[in-house]
Design a protein. Structure first.
Length: 512
């Protein structure tokens, strides 16, 4: 049936005169070893991915309600043998998995709201699925289910083919879930409390990572940039101060900045959401945060994996690189409330925390550079930012990110000297030398699968660039050769660059 909030709810439970819980009886000794009542086999995901499971085979037994908790929770938390990649970053040392409701750092009422909202969405659910939905261990979810039963919100009318109890909402529980959706629309894993987020963000700061010249050259090994750029940007990155990169259009500023995150190869933890005084801000953005743990990336986060290693309310991701340009407004620097989803959304600097925030084409935004720097004076100096929710609650978050600006304007055209001093480094990008330009030209030929010899390149330089006083900009090889490639494909020509194709591309690209 269709729920109040548009969810397609299935309720295929079959009422029984006596529930399984009431009918089951067993001794504590028997129940302690029967770990297969909840599940002896994990279900396949939609992509048919198999998930490893512990080798446990026993005959079915009956349990009383007092020992049902132990059996079901132990199944979900069974210590399966997991790939080493799941726990090789030391995350468990500063983000350990919680073992109880208290250790989640969240109020039980908030967790109960999330629990019944997940059951409301699915119609019927089991312990294992709820553990995955909430990214919490089976023992915590079981404790929440017991509390929900005490409130008469949840009932377990039957078991599935694997012997797991299936839970559904009572009439009272359905009303409570609908009230919970009206209060806040967030539906996802349990959030991380603000205090824990503050702690982990500081531990993961890129200020703790020192970049050497050798590492930078290795990271940019397939890119072509002048030595003076490498020698200027390297120390600037180590300073972790804001960096202003300026120069004419086409000198490679944006291209360079968009590749900087390859230098910071560390994996960091990004939370699904953060809790502030019982309000929830969504943080994880799949378009920005690239998950490194493939089990999480493919949504194969089994209850067994939740029980292992670090707190699975976090995702192991690459350091984020958030790019914004002319669309930037001051409102994007504050917490937003989306009326449609009834969710709080983070400002861009919070989404980019522990990574890089790149403001491209500074000076072309709707907000002036002065307004922008006025907003960020305190965060830049103290490494902390103060935000507010729609209800007026104020809170502090770490400002642990590398801030990059690029512009076609001169620094003096942007802001006054007082603000310029707050920018640690100002680095100018200029046209390339002929030698570097040639390297880029032939690399782009390879990328477009075009054959070109030195004679054709000399023709480009001597007959087109020099007579027309065109500088050797980093963007020209890509743009010119893309036109050549288009012409080759259209006319079904050999994949060879010749003078006629170069002339055609030049005339198409440059306005006479």
């Amino acid at each position: 049936m269709m729920g109040l909030f548009g969810f397609s709810r299935q309720n295929d439970s079959q009422p029984e005169s006596e529930t399984q819980e009431e009918a089951l009886t067993a001794s504590p000794a028997e129940s302690a070893v029967q770990l297969s009542v909840e599940s002896s086999q994990l279900p396949k995901e939609a992509d048919d991915t198999e998930i490893d499971e512990p080798d446990i085979t026993t005959e079915p037994v009956v349990l009383d309600e007092a020992h049902e908790n132990l059996a079901q929770a132990r199944v979900v938390e069974s210590q399966a043998s997991l790939p080493e990649e799941d726990n090789n970053h030391g995350f468990a040392s500063y983000a350990p998995k919680p073992g109880s409701i208290e250790e989640t750092g969240l109020h039980i009422n908030l967790l109960l709201e999330l629990l019944i909202k997940h059951i409301y969405r699915s119609g019927v659910s089991d312990l294992q699925q709820l553990s995955k939905d909430l990214c919490l261990s089976g023992s915590i979810v079981k404790a929440l289910l017991d509390e929900a039963k005490q409130k008469a919100w949840v009932e377990n009318p039957s078991s599935n083919d694997n012997g797991q109890f299936r839970y559904s909402l009572s009439n009272i529980g359905t009303l409570e879930a609908e009230k919970a959706f009206l209060k806040r629309g967030y539906l996802g894993p349990a959030p991380i409390p603000l205090e824990l987020y503050q702690k982990v963000s500081k531990i993961q700061s890129n200020r703790t990572q020192v970049l050497t010249e050798a590492e930078m050259r290795e990271g940019f090994g397939d890119l072509v940039f002048p030595d003076e750029v490498i020698n200027s940007v390297g120390p600037a990155l180590n300073s972790t101060k804001p960096i202003l990169i300026y120069g004419g259009a086409g000198t490679g500023k944006s291209y360079f900045c968009r590749h900087l995150n390859r230098l910071f190869g560390e994996t960091v933890l990004i939370p699904y959401a953060i809790e502030i005084n019982n309000e929830i801000i969504q943080v994880f953005d799949p378009e920005l945060h690239h998950v490194k743990d493939q089990h999480q990336a493919s949504n194969v986060v089994s209850a067994l994996r939740i029980a292992d290693g670090y707190d699975r309310r976090w995702l192991a991701c690459e350091r984020p690189l958030l790019v914004t340009g002319g669309e930037l407004t001051l409102s994007m620097l504050e917490v937003q409330f989306d009326n449609a989803s009834r969710c709080f959304l983070p400002p861009i600097q919070l989404k980019a925390n522990n990574g890089i925030l790149f403001l491209d084409d500074l000076g072309r935004q709707r907000v002036t550079p002065k307004e922008l720097f006025n907003r960020w004076i305190l965060p830049l100096e103290e490494r902390r930012d103060f935000l507010a929710l729609q209800n007026g609650q104020h809170f502090e978050v770490p400002f642990e990110l590398l801030l990059l600006f690029s512009t076609n304007l001169t620094p003096q055209e942007l802001i006054d000297d007082a603000f310029l001093r707050r920018l640690g480094y100002k680095i100018q990008f200029q046209p390339l030398s002929k030698e570097l330009y040639q390297q880029i030209w032939f690399r782009e030929c390879e990328r477009f699968e075009l054959n070109c010899d030195n004679q054709q390149f000399d023709y480009l330089i001597n007959m087109l660039h020099q007579p027309n006083n065109k500088p050797y900009l980093a963007c020209y090889p890509r743009d010119i050769l893309s036109i050549v490639r288009d012409q080759v494909l259209f006319k079904n020509l050999p994949n060879s660059v010749n003078r006629e194709l170069i002339d055609f591309a030049w005339q198409s690209y440059f306005v006479a």
